[in-house]
Design a protein around this ligand. Structure first.
Ligand code: 48F
Length: 257
């Protein structure tokens, strides 16, 4: 005989156990788009205690819709290598152009990231940063539903040694930091430079080259990089998102040593 209260208790107790465990982590990634998922996967693979927070019901960010709702993505040779590691089938279109199903990519990224040991909490929005001794030391969170309903309910906090802004074009965490602390960013102006017009080749290179620390203990990966450091957008080619996630994981891994 199935007992409804047992079902409820199982969910609550299991969730709270996880949540309690991840209130403190080595790395906290904000945003479960392709870049954040890739970062989480490679950090978890290296044995790092890593948590990903996603404001939406479902992870995936801009990956799910492919290009203009045609749910396919394009990767180059390097991107294909990563997708192959995730078990995603890539169809060769031309030399250095491979096409993959956006949904298969999403499923594989989420599955392998969790299986490697990263914890993903969806429906949680990061609304502020924790700062101690002029270093980012965690995030301030609330349920997305609280924010959507505009309810006056105080948030709570999660602590982490390193925080990654993987929020895409919006670069939400860096925006908060700039708004509250001024021109303190590690950019040429100290502020957010802003994303430039589309250029796929330059945009892809720029993301990878500029995946780095933007303020003490705060890193950017994925499209947030180009928004913060002033690189071009690149449209539905996704290699650099995956490679940027991998790069930020490598940087943090080194810092944790
Ligand atoms: O936008 P998103 O997919 O960023 P990305 O991983 O990849 C960019 C590409 O999708 C595409 C592109 C590639 O050519 O241009 O746009 O850099 O994923 C960002 C995720 O962050 C979540 C958001 O819902 C999305 O899933 N997010 C944004 N703000 C917050 C957040 C927040 N404050 N708290 C939690 N999650």
């Amino acid at each position: 005989m199935l007992d409804e209260i047992k079902i409820t208790k199982a969910i609550i107790e299991s969730y709270l156990k996880d949540f309690n465990k991840y209130l403190e982590s080595d790395a906290l990634i904000c945003g479960a788009g392709p870049a954040g998922l890739s970062a989480g996967y490679y950090l978890a693979k290296a044995g790092v205690k890593v948590v990903i927070l996603e404001k939406n019901l479902r992870p995936g960010g801009g990956l799910t819709g492919g290009g203009m709702m045609f749910n396919k993505i394009v990767v180059d040779e390097e991107g294909k290598e990563i997708l192959t590691e995730f078990g995603v089938s890539c169809e060769k279109y031309e030399e250095n152009y491979y096409v993959a199903c956006a949904l298969e990519t999403l499923g594989a990224l989420v599955y392998h990231t969790i299986k490697k040991g990263a914890k993903i909490f969806n429906l949680i929005t990061v609304e502020d940063l924790l700062i101690h001794n002029e270093k980012v030391s965690g995030v301030v969170i609330n349920w997305t539903s609280v924010i959507l309903a505009n309810l006056h309910i105080d948030p709570m906090t999660m602590r982490s040694k390193f925080v990654v802004d993987a929020t895409g074009h919006g670069c939400e965490l860096v925006k908060i930091l700039e708004k509250k602390m001024g021109k303190v960013l590690f950019t040429t102006t100290g502020g957010i430079i802003g994303e430039k017009l589309m250029n796929a080749e330059m945009g892809e290179k720029f993301v990878i080259e500029n995946t780095k620390e933007v303020y003490h203990n705060l890193f950017v990966c994925g499209m947030a990089v180009n928004a913060v450091f002033g690189g071009p957008r690149m449209g539905p080619i996704f290699s650099s998102m995956l490679l940027s996630g991998k790069k930020v994981a490598e940087i943090i891994k080194e810092k944790l040593k």
